[in-house]
Design a protein around this ligand. Sequence first.
Ligand SMILES: Nc1ncnc2c1ncn2[C@@H]1O[C@H](COP(=O)(O)OP(=O)(O)O)[C@@H](O)[C@H]1O
Ligand SMILES: [Mg+2]
Length: 267
Amino acid sequence: MPAALPRIHERPMPAIRDNIVEVRGLSKFYGGFQALKEIDLDFPEGELISLLGPSGCGKTTLLKMIAGLLEPSAGQVFVKGKAVTGPGPERAFVFQDFALMPWATVLRNVAFGLELRGTPKAERHETARRYIAEVGLAGFEERYPHELSGGMRQRVGLARALAVNADVLLMDEPFSAVDEQTRRKFQEDLLHLRRVQRKTFIFVTHSIEEAVYVSDRIVLLSRRPGRVSRIIEPDIPRDGTPDEIRRDRRYLDTVEDIWDGLKQFVD
Ligand SMILES: Nc1ncnc2c1ncn2[C@@H]1O[C@H](COP(=O)(O)OP(=O)(O)O)[C@@H](O)[C@H]1O
Ligand SMILES: [Mg+2]
């Protein structure tokens, strides 16, 4: 029997990355003020994507609409192909101010998302303990937020987001409230998590260096109204030490290139 000719659909398909989040024609008005204008974006599964731009360009607004915490004025967000109408279990939000419950222990704070979902106590505590250990806080389960440093509180917030096992982690400037040394440590943690967990990170930052250091792709936003001005895929080495990477020509050139583009927004 002669070999069958390949049918159209059997031909090798071009590599198409699956987008876990898609933003289509998204606009947001606060009263008469337009914060975001017609944003179209794809977020490929398993990538770390930064939203980078000057203060007030609408980063938090965009992230909250992806989270389903804020309703768009126009357009839609799709998560795994389904239109977002509110928060959902496949997305977890890590707030800028950590948003921990001050009256609850680290363990309860980390287990809180699971508590909301009705996970039985023993199970949610087991899961919470695992993530507390993962972020380097083993032994601090029974402490209260006020007994921790800012950096440790941030880890609690991160552990809480990881514990609900969401596919998409939405992080709003999670490192902005900590000192530079702690921040760099977190960046390493984030890259580590990105390697070991098959999750998609949507990460808001106003630091060009941070965005270039951690991201697979960077969405550069301009303001008044907020729009996508560029999408950059930093081509920087990943196998050196942090210092080597930060001294690498490709890293420095990418930072400089983005800075040139952003200068026009500095008031
Ligand atoms: N609830 C609100 N009511 C009115 N204006 C708002 C509100 N939230 C944000 N804005 C305005 O929308 C713009 C974008 O804000 P935001 O998303 O917080 O920006 P970013 O996170 O990039 O700093 C800013 O000009 C801000 O003042
Ligand atoms: Mg913000």
